[in-house]
Design a protein around this ligand. Structure first.
Ligand SMILES: C=CC1=C(C)c2cc3[nH]c(cc4nc(cc5[nH]c(cc1n2)c(C)c5CCC(=O)O)C(CCC(=O)O)=C4C)c(C)c3C=C
Ligand SMILES: [Fe+2]
Ligand SMILES: [Fe+2]
Length: 357
């Protein structure tokens, strides 16, 4: 279960940020080693403070463990012939890292592994970075390539993923006064990417749009016809990022004064972390209240929800039944960005595929 990870306490924030700012799949900086370390050091106390406000650390590991445990229980029960199954967390910037996971996989003598990106929508900067990291590590730690890998790289339109968010939005709308319930804007807020990432062909923005389209179609079928918008949060630094920016949209609604309630949906996240708990739950809620929005309702991301754990179970189960087909899809898909790095992933998958056929 590949994901970015999050600092579990204040002392892990600095190395976590260094991991992000030194990762050339997420950003390219001049003199990256020096500048990346410099920026990470500069941001450490600000980010530490934000984690303090949400309980001291990222809850990502806690929720990932719950999701992984439920996934394994479900698989053992619906597919005992392929079991026993085991979930390994592979984080990009924090323990338990992908390296720790592969070392454990080797110790456990497991030979068939599904690398399952926990980002529903693909971006070369997130899932791509994790797959590239995995590629380098497996070459180093398993030089004879004794482990057979298959890959799940995107699943943002999966029916149960769509159901989870449709149910959660309806539940949040249900908390609002009936007089405004049908007219409150639903704001889907996803982590932004720099514009150059979109221009080079990264599919994340389109895939987030596809998730939003599926959820809104499902809601319309249930009779929910509220206005909605896709907006983008968490822009860092001086680059031009994909907009409209979440804070600007909140300010605009405040200035117009038409709506006093907003429902915000973190559609690109599968569990709570700093973006949902601090940025939406504290920073943007304060902003919304200060511009006259009374109710700023943040829809809860999947966390330990059963519809969601059934969703990831189905995805993995189908992958085990159809691994050749799924591998082939990935082979034709990491043409997203044209980068050398993703080419490595592509060639690796090609090698895996030819050994399967
Ligand atoms: C879910 C999708 C995400 C995409 C796409 C993404 C792209 C992306 N991110 C940065 C820069 C930073 N991201 C940071 C934190 C962060 N990013 C995501 C998710 C996506 N990023 C999450 C879930 C988190 C936070 C995790 C947590 O701590 O709980 C940070 C660090 C935070 C900070 O310094 O304020 C940076 C920097 C870029 C440049 C990028 C696309 C190229
Ligand atoms: Fe990010
Ligand atoms: Fe790519």
């Amino acid at each position: 279960m590949l994901n970015m990870g999050g600092p579990r306490n204040a002392s892990e924030v600095n190395s976590y940020l260094k991991g992000i700012f030194l990762d050339r799949d997420i950003m390219r900086l001049p003199f990256q080693d020096t500048l990346g370390n410099f920026i990470a050091n500069k941001r450490t106390s600000k980010v530490q403070h934000e984690y303090e406000l949400i309980g001291g650390g990222s809850p990502l590991e806690k929720f990932s463990l719950i999701q992984g445990q439920k996934l394994v229980e479900n698989l053992d029960s619906i597919s005992p012939e392929t079991g026993p199954h085991k979930a390994y967390l592979g984080f990009r910037y924090n323990e338990p890292t992908t390296k720790t996971a592969i070392q454990q996989i080797i110790k456990d003598d497991v030979k068939n592994v599904i690398a399952f990106s926990q980002y529903p929508q693909y971006s070369c900067s997130t899932s791509g970075s994790s797959f590239n990291d995995l590629y380098k590590l497996q070459k180093q730690l398993d030089p004879k390539q004794s482990i057979k890998w298959s890959f799940i790289d995107r699943w943002g339109t999966d029916p149960l993923f769509v159901k989870y968010y449709s149910d959660a939005i309806q539940k949040s709308l249900g908390k609002l006064d009936p007089s405004v319930r049908d007219s409150v804007p639903i704001l889907f807020s996803a982590h932004s990417v720099p514009l150059y990432v979109v221009l080079k062909g990264d599919s994340y923005a389109n895939e987030v749009g596809a998730s939003v389209g599926c959820v809104m179609r499902e809601l319309r079928d249930r009779g929910v016809v509220n206005p909605y918008k896709l907006i983008w949060q968490s822009q860092v630094g001086p680059l031009k990022w994909l907009g409209p920016a979440t804070d600007e949209v909140i300010k605009k609604y405040g200035k117009e004064g038409v709506y006093k309630d907003l429902v915000v949906v973190p559609i690109a996240f599968t569990s709570d972390h700093i973006e949902t708990l601090y940025e939406l739950g504290i920073e943007y809620r304060d902003l919304a209240n200060s511009v006259g929005i009374k109710n700023f309702v943040v829809v809860e991301p999947p966390n330990g929800n059963e519809t969601f754990t059934n969703c990831i179970t189905n995805i993995v189960h189908k992958q085990m039944q159809n691994s050749k087909r799924m591998n082939y899809q990935i082979l034709s898909r990491c043409f997203d960005c044209d980068s050398e790095q993703c080419g490595i992933t592509k060639n690796w998958i090609k090698a895996q595929l030819s050994s399967l056929l």
